[in-house]
Design a protein around this ligand. Structure first.
Ligand SMILES: Cc1cc2nc3c(=O)[nH]c(=O)nc-3n(C[C@H](O)[C@H](O)[C@H](O)COP(=O)(O)OP(=O)(O)OC[C@H]3O[C@@H](n4cnc5c(N)ncnc54)[C@H](O)[C@@H]3O)c2cc1C
Length: 122
């Protein structure tokens, strides 16, 4: 866990350094479109600001697809994000989804006595 946290912090701090070095303004917060040229941002440190641009690139990544009948609590039922934060390797685990990350989760958890990967079509 410490190694993972150190890597994440090192990589994100590295990006912040590159932003500074290249005069890129970095605004930390949650953004939402106010209109087609304006993004309103709720700032992490409190308050809000607006940013305008002729063209805006949306790069908000992806989220795990919800699975019918299962509520993700990031403790017992986890997405890949929660799985990376588990404090210990579970003795058994079921991985739903036979894509690259599902396979990675199974092979990463080779300390688990039993790990099964299910390819499931929703
Ligand atoms: C477990 C796992 C392992 C992976 N391993 C690899 C690998 O080994 N090699 C590889 O090449 N790829 C890997 N990937 C894939 C890789 O992480 C993604 O393809 C890549 O991170 C996508 O980059 P992105 O910039 O599109 O989105 P992200 O990295 O997800 O960044 C999107 C950012 O937008 C932010 N955001 C979302 N909504 C808002 C909002 N409204 N306002 C402000 N910010 C917002 C999010 O908080 C996030 O910081 C892995 C992914 C996972 C989940």
């Amino acid at each position: 866990m410490n190694a993972k946290d150190t890597s994440v912090s090192g990589l994100t701090k590295g990006i912040e350094f590159l932003f500074k070095k290249n005069n890129v303004e970095y605004i930390k917060g949650t953004g939402a479109f106010a209109d087609e040229h304006t993004v309103k941002v709720n700032l992490v440190e409190g308050g809000e600001t607006s940013v305008r641009g002729k063209n805006i690139i949306i790069a908000t990544g992806s989220e795990a697809t919800p699975f019918p009948g299962l509520t993700v609590d990031e403790k017992k039922v986890v997405t890949s994000t929660g799985a990376l934060g588990l404090k210990e390797v579970p003795k058994k685990m079921i991985v739903i989804g036979g894509g690259i990350i599902g396979l990675e989760m199974v092979s990463n958890k080779n300390g688990a006595r039993s790990a099964r990967n299910h390819k499931t079509d929703l």
